[in-house]
Ligand binder design. Sequence first.
Ligand SMILES: NC(=O)c1ccc[n+]([C@@H]2O[C@H](COP(=O)([O-])OP(=O)(O)OC[C@H]3O[C@@H](n4cnc5c(N)ncnc54)[C@H](O)[C@@H]3O)[C@@H](O)[C@H]2O)c1
Length: 247
Amino acid sequence: MRRLQDRVAIITGGASGIGRATALRFAAEGAAVVIADIDRDGGQACAEEISAAGGKARFIETDVGRESDLQRMVDGALREYGGLDILYNNAFRNTPGAAADITDEDWDGTLAVTLRAVWKGSKLAIPHLLKSETGVILITGSVHSIVGFAGSAAYQAAKGGVLSLTRALSLELAPKVRVAAILPGAVKTPGLRAVPADEHAEFLRQVPLGRNGQPEEIASVAAFLASDDASYITGAGIVVDGGYTTH
Ligand SMILES: NC(=O)c1ccc[n+]([C@@H]2O[C@H](COP(=O)([O-])OP(=O)(O)OC[C@H]3O[C@@H](n4cnc5c(N)ncnc54)[C@H](O)[C@@H]3O)[C@@H](O)[C@H]2O)c1
């Protein structure tokens, strides 16, 4: 029996990187997957790849910063697949900038996509997750959720916020719905391009495993957390960082 057989999952930011790898993995584990992303080409390509391999997937164009899009995303999952078991809040925006420099617009835009949308998407999904026997909310945080970095104050604040929100949601939804955050270190995705090369090299020097993670190494943790194998985990932030935060 595949671990997510017949479960219905929404993955935001599912067109690329960690979200894409997780969509492929969830589908291989038997889930029907809604890929919610602003990237129409990437999202459709991911859904087609899953369908071609015999899995179930639909792309729903979604800007998680817009409540009407989030509603359409949830409604679409219900309409296509008749329920909702897993919401994976994974989309993000990272506008670099120190706290002293960042503009109001960049601060608000980063928080809207990286933190507020996690709350709002969860809020819209909760009534449906409560009807599931196996409801799970997953959230992609970051090592930024637990240690400090200079130069990306809004992203840092948002990623700290999502770990706190994970804890709040886990208490509010227990015992019906489990909630967990995944806190990646450096993972080789298109999203990593935003990190300046010298900062990335310095980060990697401090990674005991000595390399970037691969998106599939986050997807495997997401599949575990979404499944009954993680039935006693809620409220946790699972660090997947090659050992970076052990220093
Ligand atoms: N790659 C890393 O090193 C790393 C490290 C720590 C945390 N993370 C986190 O992992 C998650 C995924 O990042 P990734 O590295 O796979 O990035 P990525 O850029 O490869 O993928 C992000 C996806 O989110 C989508 N997206 C952006 N804004 C959106 C919006 N408003 N609405 C819907 N979709 C939107 C993009 O189109 C893209 O498909 C993010 O939450 C990120 O903060 C990544």
